[in-house]
Design a binder for this molecule. Structure first.
Ligand SMILES: [Zn+2]
Length: 280
């Protein structure tokens, strides 16, 4: 944050996290780059608005393409692109960006912004921050597709939040600075693995202090228990036929982990839940 309290800057490099997410799903570089940008966006939204909550972003294009990115309070992130469907998700064009998180009172915050044609994810995030979080911000996110084993060569981004202390003079100075900035891809190449380099470039000439830093990693929230709970949410008949059938093989779309669910485990969890539901 600048020491006059006018601007708060968040910068992140998410290359390793994104490559792990792409590898788990076997994504192409092109689709992987789109998912990598959404993962980066989820990290920036969580760190800016809800650092202690799980933030989920959903991006839909108008041809049925959909991507989901989750950023968790412990720094882990995961993403899914078009589960079961190999089609592309378009980088620009008529889109919807949806941001979900749970508020302290348990209610669900759901912000949806529609993104006009020729607009990208950075613009979408600025619009979301403005309409849903009542915050003026400048955002740049960029992913460069990789060659060979890694789907992504580099991905990262920054978000500058304009705080109420900002003066017209300060804003003019910042605008001039941003006007001189190289494109995000160039900035990311300069930064390598260190997001502090991006912040130093953005805030050159503005006295500032680093308030926090946190590690990011690829990680999933799936577990055998969660999968069984998902099965139990199906119709009673379907659950009964699974309890009577063979072990079920389930693969997590996000991380690729394979689970073998025994019919006896489904039965045990169902009975446990029925007992919990009984009035005491
Ligand atoms: Zn998983």
């Amino acid at each position: 944050m600048t020491i006059d309290g006018a601007f708060r800057v968040m910068a992140t490099i998410t290359t390793d996290t994104a490559n792990a997410a792409c590898a788990a799903q076997g994504l192409s570089s092109e689709l992987g780059a789109r998912l990598a940008e959404l993962l980066t966006c989820a990290v920036l939204v969580r760190e800016t608005t809800q650092p202690t909550r799980r933030v989920q972003l959903v991006w839909r294009d108008h041809h049925g393409g959909v991507m989901v990115a989750d950023s968790l309070p412990d720094g882990k992130s995961r993403g899914i692109a078009n589960p079961g469907k190999p089609q592309q998700v378009e980088a620009v064009g008529d889109h919807l960006l949806q941001v979900n998180y749970t508020l302290p009172n348990g209610s669900l915050h759901q912000g949806v912004v529609s993104i006009p044609a020729e607009s990208d994810l950075s613009t979408a995030l600025m619009q979301y921050m403005h309409t849903s979080e009542q915050t003026v911000s400048m955002v740049a996110i960029g992913a460069a597709p990789g060659h060979g084993a890694a789907a992504i060569r580099q991905v990262g981004g920054y978000l500058i939040q304009v705080l109420p202390e900002a003066t017209g003079e300060g804003l003019a100075a910042l605008s001039a600075k941003l006007g001189d900035m190289p494109a995000i891809d160039v900035l990311l190449t300069e930064a390598g693995a260190d997001p502090r380099v991006i912040i130093a470039r953005l805030l050159e000439g503005f006295p500032y202090a680093e308030l926090a830093a946190s590690e990011l990693a690829f990680g999933c929230t799936c577990s055998e228990a969660r999968i069984i709970l998902g099965i139990l949410s199906l119709g009673a008949e379907e659950v009964a036929s699974m309890e009577a059938g063979d072990p079920l093989e389930v693969r997590c779309d996000a991380c690729g982990t394979r689970y073998v669910i025994e019919p006896s485990s489904i039965r045990a969890m169902r009975e446990l839940r029925a007992r919990d539901a009984e009035p005491s």
